[in-house]
Design a protein around this ligand. Sequence first.
Ligand code: BTN
Length: 254
Amino acid sequence: MADLNPAEFKLFTYPHRHIAKRVFKIREITSTNDILLTDPKKMFRSGDVLWSLKQSKGRGRYNRIWNSPEGGLYFSILFEDIPRLSAFYPFVLLCALAIRNVLADRTHEAFFTIKWPNDIYADHHKIAGILIQSQSTSQDSRAVIGMGINLNNPMQHIPNLRTPAISLHELTGHTSAPESFLEDILDLVDTYYRDFIHQRFSCYLPELNRVIYSKDKPLILTEGKRQRIVIPRKFTKDGYLTCEENGEMVVLMV
Ligand code: BTN
């Protein structure tokens, strides 16, 4: 990580945006989340995006490995001075919605859904995932939202996957240009961010509630080593998921 060379990054700028005004692209990196969290060369500021064509140590939730060969889309957004991470969860859900909506728009398919807490599914296959991480020191607190999308990288040949997975290429037979895909997602993420900071998250609840994975149907949720069977019903105004579990209503928190 110490040998990160600023000259290896290509910078794209989008002045019209509120966040994601600067997108740094690199050929390969350990993990876009790790780099933004530690920022060893003090290169990045709040709202910056780091996009890598592949990752050698891509991370998933619960410290799992996120398979990151060339062909997939891997990027993270940095947020500095976040007061409370939990206040940010509704926005993370909106990031999942942005990915879901770009996938649906581009394929004209309605079967893309959001599986709690923020996986994106194509029918019953995972196609994208989001990892939020935070770090505080005496000087600053930062949060990083990392998104990984199986775009052109083959997934279905990988043995023993924890969840069935698929890439957009496998789904449609077409190769997608990652830069325009990223641009569409970041434009939408930027719009949703403006609404989020202006307290308009609840306007998205009807839309979010239409795209819940396994809505009104039993779902096995695996949280680390724990498994539970729930029936997802709807999202709360704080971005949590209301479910039925053993005949009672429960709220799932991240
Ligand atoms: C999950 O579903 O477990 C979350 C996967 C998140 C993967 C992305 S790829 C870009 C960013 N960098 C990482 O190392 N992880 C996230």
